[in-house]
Ligand binder design. Structure first.
Ligand SMILES: Cc1ncc(COP(=O)(O)O)c(C=O)c1O
Length: 369
């Protein structure tokens, strides 16, 4: 953020001079610029990524009695947003090497809901999560969604700028929800979210829902909420958006360096054919996760775990939400193996080399299976 400090201060000053802090020209400009960046019809700024998912589902009329299929290997926010919309999350397993939704498990979960074993639930929507910046397999998910008339809301909170071919994540389905939380590839200086909408009618409805259901001030056409992106954040995000592509290029360079130099006693992240990864996180798999993490900490390297406990095993959701017939074996087995090595666009080659040396100096076996 330091590198664009002067531009940010100038933008803050512009907003202060104008004196309009909520839903003004900066939000409108950021919505236009973000829609152009991802290549979609329209985009609507909201308060958080969680709200972007919730409002997308509401605007698509997904709610009570509806099953929304998604993964458990994600932020708890994905599941919270489904419940906030009044729908029921139904879990789907993931692919071991890319960490994103497994289409076969999606089909199994849909069949289970169709069979009635989870009670009276109607398959209504799917939320693929482009976790860590790796695109979910959208061509297969689109095919399955079409076959079962499911709406698609992509959770692109970790995948700003990731693509399959030339198509950006967040633009394959009906809508794509992006968190703008400070640590994201595109981050504000506080909370924020944006929803990319394929259809202008959907965007209009989300614009109403984000502000009490108003089309005109002080007249609610339907019950809405308050979830608005503010002018200061939008002004800052416009600056950050201009740097996003270059920063993602640097993330990919660093990931390629890690893939090349890290010991082959470790499972490095794989990018599926045709995908362009955004490397929000660089996540390896290892049988010695906790010992490796401790070993890195001794060299002053802070590695993270995203996420230590799948959502379906967290106290708020344990034994409460529908699972696919065979359970979530991949999700459960990888959660003890994953380690996020430090990677951000301002990491230098020397710092990256130091991380590689520290990992490679770990004694003993690291391979997960
Ligand atoms: C995958 C995923 N989905 C949803 C969210 C929710 O975003 P926010 O924190 O902006 O509500 C996040 C951010 O933490 C996320 O990583």
């Amino acid at each position: 953020m330091d590198r664009c400090r002067d531009e940010i201060l100038a933008a803050v000053s512009r907003v202060l001079d104008r004196g309009q802090y909520i839903l003004g020209p900066e939000v409108e400009a950021f919505e236009r610029e973000f829609a152009a960046f991802v290549g979609t019809g329209d985009a609507v700024g909201v308060g958080t990524g969680t709200a972007a998912i919730e409002l997308a589902l509401k605007a698509l009329d997904v709610g009570t009695g509806d099953a929304v299929f998604t993964v458990s290997h994600t932020s708890g926010a994905t599941i919270a947003a489904i419940e906030l919309a009044g729908a029921r999350p139904v879990f789907v397993d993931i692919d071991r090497s890319t960490f994103v939704m497994d289409p076969k498990s999606l089909e199994a979960s849909i069949a289970a809901v169709d069979s009635g074993i989870h009670g009276a639930l109607r398959p209504a929507a799917v939320i693929p999560v482009h976790l860590y910046g790796h695109p979910a397999p959208m061509p297969e998910i689109l095919r399955i969604a079409r076959q079962h008339s499911l709406r698609i809301v992509e959770d692109a909170s970790q995948s700003h700028g990731a693509r399959i071919g030339e198509i950006q994540t967040g633009t394959f389905g009906d809508a794509g929800a992006f968190s703008l939380y400070p640590t994201k590839n595109l981050g504000a200086l506080g909370d924020g979210g944006i929803l990319a909408c394929r259809n202008p009618g959907l965007a209009d409805r989300v614009r109403r829902l984000r502000q009490y259901g108003w089309r005109q001030p002080q007249c609610s056409e339907e019950p809405g909420t308050n979830s608005r992106l503010d002018e200061l954040q939008a002004a800052i995000l416009r600056i950050r958006l201009r740097r996003l592509e270059d920063e993602n290029v640097r993330r990919r360079q660093l990931a390629a360096r890690f893939n090349r130099d890290l010991t082959d006693r470790l499972a490095c992240p794989r990018t599926a054919d045709g995908c362009v990864h955004a490397f929000h996180l660089y996540v390896v798999r290892t049988a010695a996760r906790d010992r490796l993490r401790h070993h890195l900490a001794e060299s002053g390297i802070d590695a993270g775990v995203h996420y230590p406990l799948p959502v379906h095993l967290q106290p708020a959701y344990l034994n409460r939400l529908p699972m696919p017939p065979g359970g979530l074996p991949v999700t459960e087995s990888i959660s003890g193996q994953i380690l996020s090595l430090p990677l951000h666009p301002h990491l230098t080659d020397e710092e990256a080399d130091r991380i590689v040396s520290a990992v490679n100096s770990f004694p003993g076996n690291l391979l997960p299976d």
